[in-house]
Design a protein around this ligand. Sequence first.
Ligand code: G6P
Length: 609
Amino acid sequence: MCGIVGYVGSKAAAPLLIAGLKRLEYRGYDSAGVSLLNGGAQVQTRKAKGKIAMLEEAVGGSPVTGTTGIAHTRWATHGPPNECNAHPHHDCTDEIAVVHNGIIENYSTLRKRLIEKGHTFRSETDTEVLAHLIEEAFDGNLEDAVMDALRLVEGTYGIAVLSTRDPGKIVAARKGSPLLIGVGEGEYFVASDVAAILQYTREVIYLDDGEVAVVTTDGYSVCDLKARPVGKGISRIEWDLDQIEKGGYDHFMLKEIFEQPQTIENTMRGRLVVEEGYAKLGGLNITREELQNIDNMIITACGTSWHSGLIGELMIEEYARIRVETEYASEFRYRNPIVDPNTLCVVISQSGETADTLAAMREAKERGARTLGLVNVVGSTIAREDDGGVYLLAGPEIGVASTKAFTSQVVALALLMLTFARRRDMSASRGREIAQAMVKLPEQIQEILEDAPTIEIIAEQFKDATNFLYLGRGYNFPVALEGALKLKEISYIHAEGYPAAEMKHGPIALIDENMPVVFIAPHDSVFEKIVSNIQEVKARGGRSIVITSRDEPALEGLIDFEIRIPETLEMLYPILTVIPLQLLSYYIAAKRGLDVDQPRNLAKSVTVE
Ligand code: G6P
């Protein structure tokens, strides 16, 4: 997804900006660019298609100087990824440069109007209209021109703008796309993501929708689109830079898989009250009475977060006895859902910025539901707009394919379930049993991770497969979906997740010796049923990889590969069974020589519809 970095200070801006862009590489992008002011009449811009290294080459070949600059990584939405469509974009006279995240929805009307007025466009992007609108409105002061331009714009944006005609200044504005200001000593930054500037400062100001910031070497100011000043507090970032780096692993994804004993511990810490079998969730912002009145829940999310939502639904229905519907955010936002004041809408998002999820949350709110965000990124839009929330506390997740956020989401949902169930009819002893099992999970994940070499051997066997089937039942059906998604995302192997018993209604036709079938079959209440499905696969020559939790005579001679996991409660198995699946897809993708952390066509945070 697109990323923005800007710098105003006394240092050479280009190396700082490029270093900042590199920190944003994990977001996924297809081209990059940088613009600087050097006291001349024109903005100096360099762009390149592909990786930041290409941009560095372009800057090396034709250096840019100056202490004020903006930079961008682009993930194409309008116009293909190429140098011309890369940001920054200029006005007609190259005096203004704009970087933009988001989509200008009325760009074609604006573009037509600007062309009629004599403006010349050089790219196919929606962003370029902003540069020309600012040019039209410019009357000596950049922020006024930016505000005038933005009043004409429909859609979403996080922008940073500079101009040779009002030098030493960056104007930034936000609507629907994250943006923050970094406060240094005698220097200021603008960024779409804190990772870009963390090596320079930990003090940040998060902009809210409808706000415009002006940043110069003397300081910053924030106002609304009508130029009325807005007071903003400074937040301190506690994440360390080395938390954002690979920490000795070949890929971020592998590092993040191995972090899970720690990250789920962080999600539980200070919240799980084991002896009393309940959870203390400080951010719910809900009275006891309101909590009691909730009689239905909607869980909404996208991708991996949606899979955790499906597990949450099973837990909450089983133990809290509240009706739950889990829905793709992209579907929820465009239908006419039944929501009432006793509906709790649980919104799950690692990034807290996914456009569909955010829109679904706003829709639920609009219809009177109380919203609760399960979000990892602190200060993200969903986290700021929800009525209450539970931070996942999993630390930055950089690999595009989500791993540690997923397990933290399931843990957070278990905590939420305990909060609700214990206020209803769950006994303290049942609550305690669940809490005690949760406390063991970090160690149990560690045990599975120590078996990574076995999973790597299995990956070697199957790395050239072209199709995979993942089957699970009950709590492990969503894990089958997640296992298949992980494989698709990073190895580009076609994979499908199915409820195991549904196999006979279609997918069984696909089974032959070339179709590996992964069974998620821990020893739970549906284990016996799954054994029959394994037999059906065996009878058709299929090869099976079975994740199971104890020695089982029924499996003897039936399976090709076994991955053993420790035993836990039925509702907690997904937190364990997903780990081998994450490792399996990781090793298969790595063995295929693929870009595990930035798979093709995918983005970490999808801030467009
Ligand atoms: C993208 C990512 C997925 C992620 C989904 C939802 O598609 O590639 O890994 O699960 O967005 O993201 P969120 O940040 O809302 O959890």
